[in-house]
Design a protein around this ligand. Structure first.
Ligand SMILES: [Zn+2]
Length: 145
């Protein structure tokens, strides 16, 4: 037996070319150590790289304080639609925006909380002003009024 100098494959003594990599250099003593960059086979480090890949593909970061703020903001946005909009919707905007910028999860929820709070707050403001006669008359006119 002889060993390929290029890839380390074991070859028959009468081989002219390495059956594995087709090179012509043989070492009669021992195979070259693995790790040569000329090695054509799958590197042995591949299985060790798998856990690293799995760690990087970890689906969800841990629940943080800003994610809780996001949830609080969304709850304020919804509850504010039914009562004390004056207080809940400003809180909803604030916590949802902070949750969106700083949070690692629930960014869609934070966006929804922001939009709902802003829209709800504006609706509340318009209705309140209208009910108290604080809106100018021309704002409440329709085209066919
Ligand atoms: Zn070879």
């Amino acid at each position: 037996m002889k060993y390929c100098k290029n890839c380390g494959a074991e070859n028959n003594d009468n081989n002219i070319f390495c059956f594995n990599c087709r090179c012509e250099s043989f070492n009669p003593e021992q195979p070259i150590p693995m790790g040569s960059n000329a090695n054509m086979t799958v590197p042995p480090a591949a299985p060790a790289a798998l856990p690293v890949y799995m760690m990087s593909a970890k689906p969800k970061p841990p629940l943080g304080i800003f994610d809780l703020l996001t949830i609080l903001g969304f709850v304020c946005a919804i509850v504010g639609m039914f009562s004390i909009s004056l207080i809940l919707h400003p809180i909803g905007v604030l916590t949802s925006v902070i949750g969106f910028v700083q949070g690692k999860r629930f960014r869609g929820l934070a966006l929804a909380g922001t939009v709902i709070s802003v829209v709800g707050g504006i609706i509340y403001l318009v209705i309140s002003l209208y009910n108290n006669g604080l809106l100018p008359e021309w704002i409440t006119y329709g085209a066919l009024h």
